[in-house]
Design a protein around this ligand. Structure first.
Ligand code: MG
Ligand code: ZN
Length: 216
């Protein structure tokens, strides 16, 4: 019997992630790993970001899902290049999957590459994909206690995007509480509050992602 320790697998993942990172930066691509629960609004956030980018930066998307291509179809409708990864049951993306997906993208034609991870606040935290930025998406209906309950995914992330801000008045979600908890875990992290369906709060996110920097 051969037993492969989880530690060894993670080491292999880190090696592949480093290769992805090298390839992306050589092509001048900023890569953003979008993580969050199912239904947090990750795809809707992407749609809003692309509408606000207005052609200033050339985006592309790698969609991670256990099954299906519903989100990829939404992205495709916007004319944004997209590669769908189906994990066949795996609850997170790993660097090897991203390496395969990168081969299907023309990186020279991309400025901003978004990886929409499988909806999951737990084990997505353990897998570096080779991204430059990790963004946690948390909706107001999920509760303001998630940073305390799922610290690993927030720890070391670069931004927290609070979505569904329009529903705040229907919940007891306290943005100040999650912000304080988040900044304890990610002192350099940025916090944004948005309503992606109306576009409220989206421009500062675009600016932070460097959408303005790519203006030609
Ligand atoms: Mg989605
Ligand atoms: Zn997993």
């Amino acid at each position: 019997m051969k037993i492969v320790a989880a530690k060894k697998l993670l080491k292999a993942n880190d090696r592949l992630a480093a290769e992805n990172r090298k390839k992306l930066s050589a092509a001048g691509v900023v890569c953003v790993n979008i993580v969050g629960s199912p239904g947090a609004g990750k795809t809707t956030l992407l749609e809003a970001l692309f509408a606000a980018l207005g052609g200033r930066a050339r985006p592309a998307v790698i969609e991670g899902d256990i099954a299906g291509a519903i989100d990829a179809e939404r992205i495709e409708r916007l004319g944004v290049p997209v590669v769908q990864i189906n994990t066949d049951g795996a609850c997170h993306l790993d660097a090897g999957m991203i390496a395969a997906a990168l081969a299907d993208l023309d990186l020279e034609a991309v400025d901003l590459l978004f990886i929409e991870n499988v909806g999951n606040l737990v084990c997505t935290a353990g897998f570096d994909l080779g991204e430059q930025l990790r963004v946690v998406v948390l909706s107001t209906v999920e509760g303001d206690d998630k940073a305390v309950k799922y610290p690993a995914i927030f720890q070391g992330s670069d931004a927290l995007v609070i979505t569904k801000a329009d529903l705040l008045r229907h919940t007891n979600f306290d943005p100040a509480r999650i912000t304080a908890d988040y900044l304890r875990l990610a002192p350099d992290g940025r916090v944004f509050q948005v309503c992606a369906t109306t576009g409220d709060g989206i421009p500062p996110v675009v600016q932070w992602l460097g959408g303005d920097r790519h203006e030609t």
